[in-house]
Design a protein around this ligand. Structure first.
Ligand code: LLP
Length: 420
């Protein structure tokens, strides 16, 4: 459930009419709903409540906006970070260091050191090499880094190939067949407190079965590791739960996910961590855009050219992803259109042959389900600047990320003297 709905024929975010935001902030602009973020956080937490008091570490990559992180910090969430930049954001939002988990295959020495400096709760080690480096850095400072070993279960998550992470050919984690020897080697190092395992098999999962299969493999591994004399107290089950992108689409609910996890982890006797991103933020945001003009098509439907483009919302261009498109003030009329941005490549297409609300020049429209992997993946391609972000709370709203216009970006560049 989200808080974007029509009130007297005009789409609102909570109690704020979207035309008001467009008028005051301009378009394109991401609009997030605090009430929706909080609701998703609470539903997720309640679904996992029977599992003790698991750490819920929001996947910062899905929406790193400081205000969004602050909303979730106030819900008791921690953070799953994958770079020094994300780590600094989580801390800036007030997340407790011990609720921060550091994932990612390419953490540099500087990033590992930053994590040690800040005393984060857990490093998810993705290789023997990384484990050795982290151990050496920690030992040199007289620390023992709390860590889990990320394993790759070789399970097909049945999602888009570019966001699948748990197949043997993917770069993530240590293959299960090498997990025991790697764990033994790393557990013996002074600089590590290797206390468990981590897993994350992919994103936008529409089916719980691959997760359950992967978790069963983790369960077997825990049994083996304990039999070999290791103490296993922590398991990180990652994120990945999908969300509906099309009206009417039904995906596994957090409650069904929680029930499956309870089944799969029965008897493990560990502290669990989860790293949800999309399921918390996805439907808590829309991308608000204005139609620049409608252009007649060649031999197909008309082109609705909007002022948002693939640099603002990359998912359709990158993954062929679907985002529902709705008029902010629908008339009830429909049309079949191609919805495109102004960028000079054909990939800048949001929808092809789409039946949607009729739209004409000057109308406002939204791309739904844009709260996760939206603004965070923006670029300034075509020198379009970086899109602004707004957070709504009841009948008020605030700009939580300024629009960085082309001039601001140009300010960070210079022509060397020897060229001038
Ligand atoms: N934990 C780890 C280690 C991850 O790599 C990810 C996402 C998550 C948690 C959060 O997954 P979620 O709950 O959001 O599914 N840009 C793509 C999605 C990339 C996901 C990368 N990893 C998209 O727009 O669909």
């Amino acid at each position: 459930m989200d808080h974007f709905r029509l009130i007297d024929g005009v789409m609102h975010a909570e109690d704020v009419p979207l035309p008001r935001i467009a008028a005051e902030v301009g378009t394109p602009v991401y609009v997030y709903s605090r009430a929706t973020l909080e609701r998703h956080a609470q539903v997720f937490r309640e679904a996992l409540a029977p599992l003790g008091n698991p750490l819920i570490a929001f996947a910062v990559k899905s929406n790193p906006n400081l205000a969004v992180l602050k909303v979730l910090q106030r819900q008791g969430f921690g953070a799953d970070v994958v770079s020094g930049g994300e780590l600094m954001r989580a801390l800036a939002a007030g997340m407790a260091p011990d609720k921060i988990v550091f994932s990612g295959v390419g953490k540099t020495d500087a990033e590992l050191s930053l994590g040690l400096d800040k005393g984060i709760g857990q490093f998810n080690i993705e290789s023997r090499e990384e484990g050795r480096e982290l151990a050496a850095l920690a030992a040199a400072r007289g620390q023992r880094a709390p860590a889990c070993l990320r394993v790759n279960p070789d399970v097909d998550a049945r999602t888009h190939a570019k966001i699948s992470t748990g197949k043997a050919e993917n770069k993530f984690g240590v293959p299960l067949i090498r997990a025991r020897e790697t764990f033994a080697e790393l557990a013996a190092l002074d600089g590590l407190d290797l206390r468990g395992v981590a897993i994350h098999i992919g994103s936008q999962l529409a089916d719980l079965e691959p997760l359950e299969t992967a978790f069963a493999k983790v369960g077997a591994l825990i049994t083996d590791l304990r039999a070999a004399g290791h103490t296993i107290t922590h398991v990180d089950l990652g994120g990945g739960l999908g969300v509906p992108y099309r009206r009417g689409e039904v995906l596994p609910s957090p409650a069904e996910y929680g029930a499956m996890v309870a089944r799969a982890t029965a008897g493990w006797n560990v502290a669990l961590t989860f790293e949800p991103g999309r399921v918390i933020a996805g439907n808590a945001g829309v991308l608000l855009t204005r139609v620049i003009r409608v252009k007649r098509g060649g031999n197909g439907p008309p082109f609705v050219i909007v002022d948002a483009a693939m640099n603002d919302l990359a998912r359709p261009a990158l993954y062929g992803a679907w985002h529902d498109i709705e008029a902010v003030e629908p008339t009830g009329e429909r049309m079949t259109v191609n919805v495109v941005g102004p960028i000079c490549e054909t990939g800048d297409t949001f929808a092809t042959d789409r039946d949607c609300d009729a739209l004409k020049s000057g109308d406002l429209a939204v791309f739904r389900t844009a709260g996760a992997y939206g603004a965070t993946m923006a670029s300034s391609y075509n020198s379009r600047g970086f899109v602004a972000e707004v957070l709504v709370d009841g009948d008020r709203f605030a700009v939580v990320a300024d629009r960085l216009d082309a001039a601001a970006i140009m300010d960070a560049e210079r022509v060397p003297e020897w060229l001038a």
